[in-house]
Ligand binder design. Structure first.
Ligand code: EPU
Length: 346
């Protein structure tokens, strides 16, 4: 084993280039992790830091002030085939690989399933934490297990898919809090035979005249839809959907639909309770926010779920706009919107 040279923990580091909202925020301390062995070597020191969080691609968070604790910035790369046969492949991917590049790699290699999740910003390690999903697919469907490091007790840990307790934009790791587990690797089970998922209506419509649809067709159509509706964070800083789609009871859904017949909502698969998921984009759009601007921030003109930052440097202003939206939606529809992005810095 080579001797590890442990870098100093840096102080007062700017996070501006490490968050896709491009707001100003400094980390009181900052540590880049280049090797899993560094985590072992520093286990005690990391456990002693009383406030920490793990930064991935910075595409699902908003800093509303400086971060007073330790920011851990893993830079762990590599792809490995663990097993394969004619039909399936098991891949172990390091956490800091770029998600979209990984989706492209899979398609090129003939490993299918992730094509509906094309163009989602962020890293492979962050994907299971918030169980990314789009166009009829959620990443949990392809996860075998994840490998992480428990920062509180310095132990390596494997979480099976069941132990991940996946739910809509949620997982065991997310619920454990932002500074507890650092994901080092994700193990995926993918298919070598194409099984395109066209349950999302716009995808189904796009291909209705074709008798055969390939995963590449799906990938390209998903990229096209996303480019049309969602702003590229590199061009217009944002963090994707700012809010989650809220879930309401059947009675509440009927009450809403009788008042707002064009409301978009659909039943959620659930064992006992009859619940409905409501399109937060529809609520925000119909409350009049779509395309609005206040100061240097606004609500995207094609997708009301996305808050965009034209040129502000202060995350607090973005949070204030989000709170205005939350209050108005509560007032009009009696629904409490919950942020999908993590709010940090307080
Ligand atoms: N809608 C409006 N106005 C809007 C936006 C949407 O009326 O401004 C209506 C649409 O007409 C549609 C419905 O709301 O009938 C749902 O909209 P869409 O299909 O665009 O999906 P979404 O529910 O708004 C979710 C995810 C997206 C994901 C898409 C596609 C959440 C919070 N968001 O958005 O994920 O790409 O489905 O599957 O679940 C993200 O997480 O960052 C993200 C972009």
């Amino acid at each position: 084993m080579t001797d590890l040279i442990l870098a100093e923990i840096s102080s007062n580091i700017s996070l501006r280039q490490l968050n896709t909202f491009r707001v100003k925020a400094n980390a009181a301390s900052f540590l880049q992790i280049n090797d899993v062995a560094e985590l072992d070597a520093r286990a005690h020191e990391l456990a002693c830091s009383n406030q920490r969080f793990v930064l991935g691609g910075g595409s699902n968070l908003l800093f509303i002030g400086d971060y007073p604790g330790l920011v851990l910035f893993p830079q762990l790369f590599g792809k490995q085939i663990l097993e394969q046969n004619e039909k399936t492949v098991k891949l172990r991917i390091a956490a800091s690989e770029n998600w979209h590049e990984f989706v492209k790699y899979c398609l090129n290699e003939g490993y299918f399933g992730l094509e509906n999740l094309a163009l989602i910003p962020g890293t492979v390690g962050a994907a299971p934490v918030q169980n990314i999903g789009a166009y009829g697919v959620e990443v949990e469907q392809f996860i075998n297990h994840i490998e992480c490091f428990d920062l509180e007790n310095g132990q390596k840990l494997t979480l099976t898919k069941n132990q991940c307790e996946f739910a809509y934009r949620d997982s065991f790791i997310k619920r454990a809090g932002q500074g507890r587990y650092l994901v080092t690797h994700v193990v995926f089970d993918l298919c070598k035979t194409p099984k395109p998922v066209l349950t999302y209506k716009p995808l189904k419509n796009a291909f209705q005249s074709l008798s055969k649809v390939s995963p590449i067709d799906v990938f390209e159509e998903v990229c096209r839809i996303r480019r049309e509706k969602l702003p590229d964070p590199k061009e217009l800083p944002n963090a994707g959907s700012f809010f989650k789609n809220p879930v309401v009871t059947e009675a509440k859904y009927h009450q809403l639909i009788s008042k707002h017949p064009s409301l978009v909502g659909f039943p959620v698969d659930s064992l006992k309770l009859k619940l409905y998921k409501i399109a937060a984009g529809w609520l925000i759009d119909n409350a009049g926010f779509k395309g609005m601007m206040t100061g240097k921030i606004g609500v995207h003109k094609h997708q009301a779920l996305v808050i965009v930052n034209y040129s502000d440097t202060n995350g607090e202003n973005i949070w204030n706009l989000a709170k205005t939206i939350i209050d108005k939606i509560q007032h009009i529809y009696g629904i409490e919107l919950e942020p999908e992005v993590r709010i940090l810095g307080r």
